[in-house]
Design a protein. Structure first.
Lengths: 187, 163
């Protein structure tokens, strides 16, 4: 898998794995991150519908920079997880974000580029835009830890939560998601 | 190298700005603390289930920490300026040293360590857990808006935004 080119890797992106990542991250659900589409190249386009509570500056108005960052991080983690075949949820090592312009009171979109996926670390680029992909509001770069560290106590429960992730699928994908949901969540 | 001026801005003014200026701060529950004795800007964010990054709800999601760091750094820049002025985050980077446990408030301690025209440099430490362990370090640069040549009148702002 690691020898695959970026484009081969993109073709491996798996909608269920993307959805399960969104479902597994409570803050991603709180923000309202969803999948907009799968691009022709196989990459996932993430979508964050605008809400008033995401605003950081009411006079402009503009979305909070932290909302943009969190949305892009969700995209990076979900893309990474879908790229892999293991059950471990990836962890963010660092994240760097260049803000290119103020983000107005509109929906956000993001797409990731798996620059490199090694055995332990993935380098992921994220581009975020509003009205046009050619006019990004932010570009980010994440290093994601994808191997299990011996000293990490939180991975046990992550593994054991994989079953419950599936149970979250229905609630996370939402009514307008193009993704098929596996089960109805009556809760 | 000039060190940033430290001019006191009342907490009340800052809180008013926060409560009316930043719905996202209200949404997540960010709180501004009194300025530290060392002049650093301190904020805290009480743990809530929806702020978690893992299904078991044990750790803050990194993006939540980014938000808190961005806000704290921005406030630190305001304090260095001695006034509120439109600023924009140029870039910010967060290094995650350890998982941020949700068994206590997340704490941000930020400072503006260099102030020029029009760029301000700020950094922030994020602490979590009862032991206030250092879990992340953030660094950011901010640009003072070209339209911010005049002083920002907090009282006018408050009047304009009273609903």
């Amino acid at each position: 898998m690691n020898k695959n080119s970026v484009h081969d890797g993109a073709a491996l992106l798996n909608g269920d794995r993307v959805s399960s990542t969104l479902a597994a991250i409570p803050y991603a659900r709180h923000l309202g991150v969803r999948v907009a589409e799968f691009s022709e190249a196989g990459a996932v386009v993430f979508h964050l519908p605008f809400e008033e509570r995401l605003v950081g500056n009411v006079t402009l108005p503009a979305l909070h920079g932290g909302v943009i960052a969190a949305f892009m991080q969700v995209a990076a983690l979900a893309s990474t997880y879908s790229f892999l075949r293991g059950e471990r949820l990836p962890k963010l090592v660092d994240f760097s974000l260049d803000y290119l312009s103020s983000a107005g009171p509109m929906d956000l979109y993001a797409v990731c580029d798996m620059h490199r996926v090694g055995k332990r670390i993935a380098a992921v680029g994220v581009r975020c835009w509003q009205q046009s992909p050619d006019n990004p509001v932010g570009v980010g770069r994440a290093h994601v830890f994808i191997a299990q560290s011996a000293s990490d106590p939180n991975l046990q429960h992550v593994r054991s939560d994989q079953n419950s992730i599936a149970a979250h699928l229905a609630t996370a994908t939402g009514a307008n998601s193009p993704l098929p949901t596996k089960a109805e969540d009556s809760k | 190298m000039t060190s940033p001026k430290k001019i006191a801005i009342s907490i009340e003014e800052v809180e008013r700005l926060f409560s009316q200026h930043m719905p996202h701060g209200l949404d997540t529950g960010m709180c501004l603390d009194d300025i530290d004795a060392d002049g650093k800007t301190r904020m805290h964010l009480p743990a809530q289930d929806f702020l978690a990054g893992d299904p078991a709800g044990q750790f803050f999601f990194p993006g939540v920490m980014f938000s808190l760091a961005d806000s704290a750094c921005g406030l630190a820049v305001f304090r260095s300026l001695g006034r509120f002025a439109p600023i924009a985050t140029l870039d910010m980077r967060v290094d995650h040293l350890a998982p941020a446990t949700m068994d206590a408030d997340l704490i941000a301690v930020a400072e503006c360590y260099r102030l020029t025209t029009p760029i301000a440099f700020a950094r922030c430490e994020l602490l979590s857990g009862p032991q206030r362990r250092l879990v992340a370090i953030a660094m950011g640069t901010f640009v003072l808006s070209s339209s911010s040549s005049g002083a920002f009148d907090i009282n006018k702002f408050a009047k304009d935004h009273q609903s």
